[in-house]
Design a protein around this ligand. Structure first.
Ligand code: GDD
Length: 368
């Protein structure tokens, strides 16, 4: 570790940010562990507790320590773990930022190694349970393990990091400062930063994750559901057009179901086939429009819906012409004269028409 420390001192001092909610009993333990690190390893670190009005004696516990390198910030607005961490980073005075839980499930003794990894070229370093050498306490039940693994798997297309769910990480202040559109919701602040800062070079230092002794976890089912919303936003950020196209296609498929349902209903009510077909088309176009406006292109929801509807119908009409023209061209000029050629041409035409339709909607009707 001596060699490590020599490198650490190049980029220290460090700000350790600890989000807290009702952690009075743990606060003195965290302060003591960091004090030992400062004294034994010479780590130049300030410690900032970001508390969301716990009103449980947390402030007094920090004041009782009497150290000038420890402080607590009482937050009164925008409560939550991730906003508290972001706020903490903005309050921090030092060029290296570390985030850590207050329940000592994250060993502070790993901080020097994490900071060393930063100084040797990593942009972001995670204290990780899932790299060789990392572990959790044995009494993690099957469901907690499964929960953590599924959450990690869902984030896989966004990052290849093994433990992006970890709340123990380090980064440089200058990298944090260039984070775009931070939208800190829920618990997964490390994932938010990796995606929004576009970190490519992420290191993982193995840690043993210890279960808390004092107090209880605040990770409720509500917080876990927020993760799904968070993921959708991150996917939209990272894979914008692919995500818009996917949602557009899902809405398009729902339109086929709506169309068929309306057709069946009108036929059952005694409408002529022509009227039933027209009714199915009209209702599905309206439902597609409403769903695309509500979900796919929700960023453009505050604009005039009538103008958008006209644009949507116009783009669909042009898409239909593209579909028809390409299908006929393929049949007449490219494909052999067989029955299956008609289906192939038609499917290619539909794909081209839909793509045209999508682009028209994305960049004209629902432009940003
Ligand atoms: N300021 C603030 N506001 N802090 C909060 C809030 C809040 O609303 N909710 C939780 N915290 C603090 C806790 O006091 C603790 O210090 C830290 O955030 C983590 O919260 P826990 O509720 O203890 O989390 P956990 O142990 O269930 O979750 C752990 O595992 C996750 C991965 O499985 C944590 O390590 C997470 O960081 C990690 O993402």
């Amino acid at each position: 570790m001596d060699g490590d420390l020599a490198r650490i001192q190049v980029i220290s001092p460090i700000s350790i940010v600890v989000p807290t909610y009702k952690e009075r009993e743990n606060i003195p333990l965290v302060i003591e562990r960091v004090r030992q690190l400062r004294e034994r390893d010479g780590l130049d670190a300030e410690l900032i507790f970001m508390d969301d009005m716990s009103r449980d004696g947390s402030i007094e516990a920090v004041e009782a320590s009497g150290h000038d390198w420890v402080r607590i910030v009482e937050r009164t607005e925008d409560r939550g773990l991730s906003p508290a961490v972001i706020d903490g980073f903005r309050n921090a005075r030092n060029p290296v930022l570390v985030c850590m839980d207050c329940d000592l499930s994250h060993p502070p003794e790993k901080i020097p190694q994490m900071v060393y990894a930063l100084s040797s070229g990593q942009q972001f370093v995670i204290g990780s349970r899932y790299v060789p050498g990392g572990s959790t306490d044995d009494d993690w039940g099957f469901f907690r393990w499964l929960n953590s693994r599924v959450a990690t798997l869902l984030a896989r297309p966004l990052t290849s990091v093994k433990d992006p769910m970890s709340g123990f990480f380090a980064l440089r202040r200058k990298d944090f400062d260039r984070a775009q559109e931070l939208n800190p919701v829920g618990y997964k602040i490390a994932l938010e930063l990796i995606v929004k800062c576009g970190f490519e070079n992420v290191g993982e230092v193995p840690i043993h994750f210890t279960d808390r002794i004092h107090g209880e976890s605040k990770l409720t089912l509500r917080e876990q559901l927020k993760y799904i919303k968070h993921l959708r936003r991150l996917y939209l950020f990272r894979f914008a057009n692919a995500m818009y196209l996917l949602q557009f296609l899902v809405v398009g498929m729902s339109g086929v179901v709506v169309n068929m349902a309306m057709l069946t209903l009108l036929l059952a009510l005694g409408a002529t086939p022509k009227l039933a077909i027209a009714g199915g088309i009209i209702v599905s176009v309206v439902s597609n429009f409403l769903l695309n406006r509500r979900f796919t292109f929700s960023y453009a929801r505050d604009r005039n819906p009538l103008g958008q509807f006209a644009g949507f119908v116009g783009a669909s009409a042009i898409g239909m012409i593209v579909n028809y023209a390409l299908s006929v061209y393929l049949i007449e000029n490219v494909l052999p004269e067989t029955r299956s050629s008609i289906y192939i041409a038609s499917l290619l035409g539909i794909s081209a028409g839909m793509l045209f339709n999508f682009l028209g909607n994305r960049y004209v009707v629902f432009r940003k």
